[in-house]
Design a binder for this molecule. Sequence first.
Ligand SMILES: Cc1cc2nc3c(=O)[nH]c(=O)nc-3n(C[C@H](O)[C@H](O)[C@H](O)COP(=O)(O)OP(=O)(O)OC[C@H]3O[C@@H](n4cnc5c(N)ncnc54)[C@H](O)[C@@H]3O)c2cc1C
Length: 387
Amino acid sequence: MATTDYDILIVGGGIYGCGIAQAASACGYRCLLIEQNTLASGTSSQSTKLIHGGLRYLEQFNLKLVYEALSERERLLQLAPELVSRQWFYIPIYQGNKRPPWMVACGLLLYFILSGGRSRFKWLPRSQWENTLPALNTSHLRAILAYEDAATDDAALTRAVAASARSLGCNIRENCALEHAEYDKNQWNVRLSTGDSLSAKILVNAAGPWVNTVHQCITPSPACIDIQLVQGSHLLLNRPCPGYVYTESLDGRVMFFRPWKGQTLAGTTETPLQDPPLNINPTASEICDILTTYNHYFPSTACDAHDIVRSFCGMRVLPQTHGSAFGASRETIMLCNPFGQAPYLAVYGGKLTTYRSESEKAVQLLKSFMPPPHKGSTRNMILSEHA
Ligand SMILES: Cc1cc2nc3c(=O)[nH]c(=O)nc-3n(C[C@H](O)[C@H](O)[C@H](O)COP(=O)(O)OP(=O)(O)OC[C@H]3O[C@@H](n4cnc5c(N)ncnc54)[C@H](O)[C@@H]3O)c2cc1C
């Protein structure tokens, strides 16, 4: 490729880069997506793999985020039935828990309303505790509440979105990093790690935790925001998992236990990081935190370090705040240059669940730089693992 022109160059092959590539290609833009490693090799394969409204955001009164995420959950259940499935989740509540059963039930009622009645919930009768969640610690257990949400395979979902983008004409190159992009009069002149050069009219930075690293390769330097990176670790434990269990870690943070490939996936943690490192691994204290929480809830199948089959970490991108990362906004932030300046958009943070609606919003912003060749939407585009 000596010199190739694209309408949009998208940097980053995570769920957001693929989502924007799909939404932009649906409108007829000629797109190139580049990924420095392989598709979904970043955060989009290292999440808890839930497609959910996020019960805990109710406590932050972020009803808009929960409502939008629940709407997208319903849409993804329809668009990607092979990849997103509705599940019952269980919340065991013990004596001394921060939130008593009635408070959790109120939250679930609000969740039910915000989902338009698509997140049913119930009190699990005591007679069903043993059968539903064998091995759960029932000492001082006051109640188990159950509610409906959804789960996915995050990497497979990302690949399915990429396949859809490709079928709409998007060019996707893996093992290809952005090295430098310079705006010159009316186009971006771009140098890639493969040695190729190309030009594009619009540049989209969807590099996830590396968003500000990519930002440093761009001239003239666009606006950016200060971020905090927070590592979240998961352990895959060699124990069969009885179901999707929503618990509190011993210091009061949310921790999920969920089935994953016949075993138990447990996580997550929140450990602040400085810059995005190339390789991250769970710290000793994260491993201890997850194992201690698992052993507290499932004492009869307790684990130690030998029972860890695999571990992985992802990095959350949160706006810089002075409080704890736990309370920082999980909403997607899009920074777009104003019309008249170099056509550039950067994506910060967000959830796997809302990637589709946020990608549509991103393309809406790009339309101010260049009108789309035609109308298009991803609202009804089926996603398949085997596309
Ligand atoms: C621990 C954890 C658990 C989570 N759990 C959930 C959940 O259960 N449900 C939910 O809805 N959300 C969840 N999230 C949020 C969700 O995973 C992320 O919002 C989403 O995956 C971010 O996708 P992304 O495309 O922005 O970033 P990424 O997936 O990280 O993609 C960015 C890509 O850019 C590439 N890149 C970087 N620099 C360059 C360059 N110079 N050139 C080319 N490519 C480059 C990287 O290799 C990477 O693949 C979780 C997040 C974390 C951290």
